[in-house]
Every structure is written in C-alpha cells, then in structure tokens.
Design a protein around this ligand. Structure first.
Ligand code: IPM
Ligand code: MN
Length: 362
C-alpha cells in the first residue's frame, strides 16, 4: 500500500530544545511503521547558532520549507548570546502570526504520579485546558518608542483585539468544550473591569456566540481571580478561553500545578478553516517550556513535554491511535514513580533515559 507523505518541519532550536526533540523523534521512529501516513522529516537549522553564523533569524529558503510542510515540530528558541526578542519574534512569533495559527491550545491535565505543589490536590482535580488566542494582544508589536534613552522616554505597546480574532478564538473554545468529555463549562478570563474597551468586546462576543451553545455552562472571571483559583480550586475549571498575554502567563502557572513545565505541551493551530488560508502548514507543536540555557546539554531536561507535543501533532495529523499510544506510555512512565524526585518536578533520571522509558512502554 502506498502511504500518503506528510512533511514535518523539525526545528530543534536552542538549548534544551535539541535534547528534548531528539527524544520525541525516537518515539516517532518507533511508531512510524504503524502510522497511516509516511512522515518525512525536514530538519531546519533555526535558532541562535544559525543566526550568529548568518545574521538571519529566518532565511527565505527556510521559510519556504515551512510553507510547504504539513506541520512544525519545535523545541525552543532563545539564547543569552542573542538580544531578547530577535529569535522569539523572527522565528516563533513569525510562525504563529504569518501562518495565522490563531489558537494556542495548552492542556493543564495532571498525570497520576506527577508532582503538584498544591497540597490536597491530585490528578483528578487538575484536568482543564486553556485556549489562548495566539495572533493578537500586545504580541502584535504595534506601538513605538519616542525619545528613547532620555528622561522623557515614552514607550507604547498596544493591546490589539479584533472582532474577527476574538470571535474565532471564542468559537473554537466553545466547540472544544462541547466535544470534550468534561464538565461542559467554558470560562472567559479577562480584565473587563479595567480594559473596558478591549475586554468588553470579549465579553460581548462570548455571550453572543454562547447563545449557540446552550448546553455549555458559561462564566467570566477576572484574570487575577483566575490566578488565585488555579491554586485554590483548580477543579472548578474545564475549558478556559483568554487573550494572548494572559494565556501566556496563566499557562506557566497551569503547567506548574499540573506536573511542571517538563510535562506541558502545546499546539498552535489554525483549526476552523485550514483549507482556505495562507499555506498548507496549519500547526506548530511545541513544549510550553523555553530553551533553559542554564541546564542545556546536561541531560537534565524532561523530554515528556516534547513527547506530548508530538502526541498533539499526531492527533492533529489524524494519527489517533499513535497519539493514544503516546498518551498511555507517558501515563505509564509517570505513574511508575521512577522519574520524578519526591516532592519535586525535577527528574531523577536523564533526558535520554526518560525517552527510552517511553519508547519501551509504547
Ligand atoms: C510561550 C513563550 C513565548 C510566548 C515567548 C518565547 C515569545 O513564552 O510560548 O509561552 O510568550 O508566547
Ligand atoms: Mn510563555
């Protein structure tokens, strides 16, 4: 049988990105014979080393390869040798924005055997997902600086919220909430008491679209109260929808309560009309963590987040059974109790040993 070919652009990137992606690729290699498509990997040289060598963060030739791929599997970008903002904006945000990957899906679902710093909470209490809008907000870079470096310096960075951008994020969150076997409750997280223009737009859209989903319980919560409830009573959440910057901040907190950054994966998606726009490539899959230069190259990074990002990639590519196998293997590895130090999200065995454990549990 001739299998369809799917092209995956692999961007290991910087720091621990390289180590964790190579564990993800071990897992993919093991699963490959049983996939319905043939996965063809394109190794893309992006990140600090390439930038320092060529002075280009995203050469046109690499961008072309990305446009022709079906999905991107990314480790992390960011390196102390490069001023902050360059790699982030020209690689990560370029991909999110120019491919219009308007959803950043970030599950905060604790695996049994993982560590949560929340006393009296366990895996059954921490089972929610954050839908982060991924193409607007202060991330757009709209604004500027005036009288830079003087005592009168003015810096303005605008919070961009469009009707279209808000509506598609909210609609996706309702659809997700309706499809999932959860409590069927969608919570809008905003700061509508202060950002009265921007976030009252979110509130209006939320209740307007919500009329189409009477089966879903709908509530709105201010972001500060939300942060408090992540710690105080995470069991109240099912699906959360929020803007780009709040989603960024809340999902680090969400990661740490649900097992640590070493276990948190994310999918950047263009879900509702993938056929219509920009390019063939409609998904980037990456761990929530960054490049962690302080521990890079030491075998200390937990590759489970990258392995779970691969799971999200396979799910999006319609390889449901392979995705499920990864999920079960990771659950088995965390429940085995061998990889985390007691009372900590730190791992007690090496990056590649964890990868091997997952492979042998598949
Ligand atoms: C994330 C990261 C990025 C973000 C950075 C690296 C630009 O923190 O994916 O959460 O802020 O979105
Ligand atoms: Mn972040």
């Amino acid at each position: 049988m001739v299998r369809e070919v799917k092209k995956i652009a692999v961007v290991p990137g910087d720091g621990i990105g390289r180590e964790v992606i190579s564990e993800g690729l071990k897992v993919l290699k093991k699963l490959e014979p049983n996939l319905s498509a043939e996965f063809c990997l394109l190794d893309l040289d992006l990140g600090a080393d390439a930038y320092l060598r060529t002075h280009e963060a995203m050469p046109d030739s690499v961008w072309k390869e990305i446009l022709g791929a079906d999905a991107i599997y990314l480790g992390a970008v960011g390196d102390p040798r490069v001023p902050p903002g360059i790699l982030e904006r020209e690689v990560l945000l370029r991909i999110r924005f120019d491919l219009d990957l308007y959803i950043n899906l970030r599950p905060c679902e604790m695996y049994a055997g993982a560590f949560t710093p929340l006393k009296h909470k366990s895996a059954s209490d921490i089972r929610f997902t954050v839908v982060r809008e991924n193409t607007e907000s202060v991330y757009t870079g709209v604004g500027g600086v005036f009288k830079k470096g003087t005592a009168e310096e003015v810096a303005i960075q605008e919070d961009v919220n469009t009707r279209k951008g808000v509506e598609r994020a909210v609609r996706y969150a309702y659809e997700l909430c309706a499809a999932r076997a959860g409590k069927r409750e969608l919570t809008l997280v905003d700061k509508a008491n202060v950002l009265t223009y921007a976030h009252q737009l979110w509130r209006r859209v939320f209740s307007e679209v919500g009329q189409e989903y009477p089966q879903i319980k709908q509530s709105a919560l201010y972001v500060d109260a939300c942060a408090m409830d992540f710690v105080r009573r995470p069991e109240r959440f099912d699906v959360i929808v929020t803007n780009n910057i709040f989603g960024d901040i809340l999902t680090d907190l969400g990661a740490v309560i649900s097992g640590g950054l070493g276990l948190s994966a994310s999918a950047n998606l263009r879900p509702l009309a993938p056929e219509k726009t920009v390019s063939r490539c409609w998904g980037m899959f990456e761990p929530v963590h960054g490049s962690a230069p302080d521990i890079a190259g030491k075998g200390l990074a937990n590759p489970l987040a990258a392995i779970l990002a691969l799971k999200m990639l396979l799910e999006a590519m319609n390889e449901k059974s392979a995705a499920q196998k990864i999920e079960q293997a990771v659950a088995k590895v965390t429940a085995g109790g061998k990889i985390f130090k007691p009372e900590s999200t730190d791992t007690s065995i090496s990056t590649s040993a964890i990868g091997d454990l997952v492979v042998s549990s598949l």
